[in-house]
Design a protein around this ligand. Structure first.
Ligand code: TA6
Length: 296
């Protein structure tokens, strides 16, 4: 059911009987909490997150749509994350294997006002679901509802902020040897070296044509986050580090030590939809004991 969250913004809380939970705000269709069965928070929320529209919420899983970052004419990351979504009364069908999942279906339909900033009509359906084992799945369906016969192209990302014990103890597996665009070096293309990623300074990279599965190993917490994705070929990896963190007003100065953004995305090749066509994208997040996932 819908309840009041911070500053009276409405949210939906999903619970699984063994104790895991998810919270998603109607503002931005924004997941702000994902807890495991022990009540441990798995997503990072800034200590200075402002739940004050039209500012985006700092942390959780911002939906970047219809534009990732500044790769276009819109404000950074587009406008879906700063719009009010509603519960979808005509949700997509529930797959047979989803019987034990709890979920909420949200929808955002472009408005006349949106058309002035982005001249394309669309409908974005977002299903947030929590599995019986505590896995969090986001499924997106974007349809081109234009009546002007025009196709449109968009870029997008699930801008996921993972909570980590200490960024300098984290390894990311699955992106080795891939090409990436480095946002800190004029978005030029480079090739990653051959072993797991580690972090000792600001990083802002878009890895291209990545595998379905990416792992984030938190040695101290003996926990591995696994991202499994469909329809999202790229992965953005971001940590602002100390200097950049200080320049972001809704980011605590020390927060960078306890977060890492690993974002399933479609950036290099925008997704084009003809009128009536629908794109489907999905990410499934798991948090498993590290022993399970020390290898590939
Ligand atoms: O995640 C990569 C990125 O595009 C960074 O360049 C940084 O801008 C970050 O997103 C946060 O953007 P935001 O608009 O949420 O402050």
């Amino acid at each position: 059911e819908i309840i009041d969250g911070v500053n009276g913004l409405q949210k939906v809380v999903l619970h699984q009987h063994h104790g895991s939970s998810v919270e998603v705000y109607l503002y931005g269709g924004h997941v702000t909490s994902w807890k495991n069965e022990h009540g441990e928070e798995l997503l990072f929320m800034s200590s200075k997150a402002a739940f004050k529209p039209p500012k985006p919420i700092r942390g959780g899983i911002p939906i970047c749509f219809p534009q990732f970052s500044n790769v276009g004419s819109l404000d950074l990351h587009g406008f879906a994350r700063i719009r009010f979504w509603s519960v979808d009364n005509e949700p997509p069908p529930i797959p047979a294997n989803a019987i034990n999942r709890v979920f909420v279906d949200l929808i955002y339909k472009s408005t006349e006002e949106d058309l002035t900033t982005w001249p394309h009509s669309f409908e974005y359906k977002l299903r947030v679901s929590l599995g019986p084992g505590g896995d969090l799945m986001l499924t997106s369906r974007v349809r081109n509802t234009s009546t002007d016969g025009k196709p449109f192209a968009f870029t997008t990302a699930y801008h996921t902020y993972f909570s980590v014990s200490d960024i300098s103890e984290i390894r990311v597996e699955g992106l080795e040897t891939l090409d990436y665009l480095d946002n800190l070096q004029k978005r030029e293309r480079f090739t990653e070296q051959g072993d797991a990623l580690t972090f000792e300074s600001e990083v802002d990279k878009v890895y291209l044509s990545t595998p379905t599965k990416i792992a984030i190993l938190d040695h101290e917490k003996k926990r591995t986050f696994v991202i499994r994705k469909d329809g999202l070929p790229d992965v953005v990896v971001w940590n602002p580090w100390d200097k950049k963190a200080k320049s972001i007003p809704d980011f605590g100065d020390e927060d960078y030590k306890h977060m890492l953004c690993v974002e399933a995305a479609a950036v290099e090749k925008p997704i084009t939809l003809k009128p009536g066509e629908e794109w489907k994208g999905r990410q499934e997040l798991l948090a498993v004991p590290s022993s399970y996932c020390s290898g590939k």
